[in-house]
Design a protein around this ligand. Structure first.
Ligand code: ZN
Length: 135
């Protein structure tokens, strides 16, 4: 989940990624109506992360971002990773996947793996207080 080293990508969002982003919007932290005005299917992947994690960038613009959603991927074998969706001014900018265990963020979460913190029964208070981030 390095925020500095980004690799260029240029492709349409995949059907599974659409479902992941939509699921995160459905479980958003606040009002994300502005972020639903543009269809998620039309998001374009412009960057990935060089560390090998499955984080995706949908915009090359940088600056202050708003955290839209913060949930968990729980894999069938018990491994877990964190997922956050970041945006700005109605534009979804970044799907962040971060490690709970070494390299768990390198897996590509399927929508069937997604789970809320409440469902999982744990809260990470350190991250819960973090509402803004610069990349
Ligand atoms: Zn990374």
């Amino acid at each position: 989940m390095s925020r500095l080293k980004q690799v260029c990508m240029d492709r349409a969002i995949s059907p599974n990624e659409v479902k992941v982003v939509q699921w995160l919007l459905d479980h958003a932290l606040g009002d994300v109506r502005a972020y639903r005005l543009h269809p998620v299917e039309e998001l374009h992947v412009v960057g990935g992360c060089s560390c090998g994690c499955s984080s995706l960038y949908f915009s090359s613009k940088r600056g202050s971002l708003q955290r839209l959603a913060d949930e968990v991927a729980l894999y069938p074998d018990g491994q877990t990773a964190g997922l956050m969706l970041w945006g700005r001014d109605g534009e979804i900018v970044w799907l962040e996947v971060y490690d709970f265990e070494p390299e768990s963020s390198h897996r590509r979460p399927d929508v069937s793996h997604l789970c809320t913190w409440e469902d999982w029964g744990r809260r990470d208070l350190g991250r819960a207080n973090q509402e803004q981030q610069k990349i």
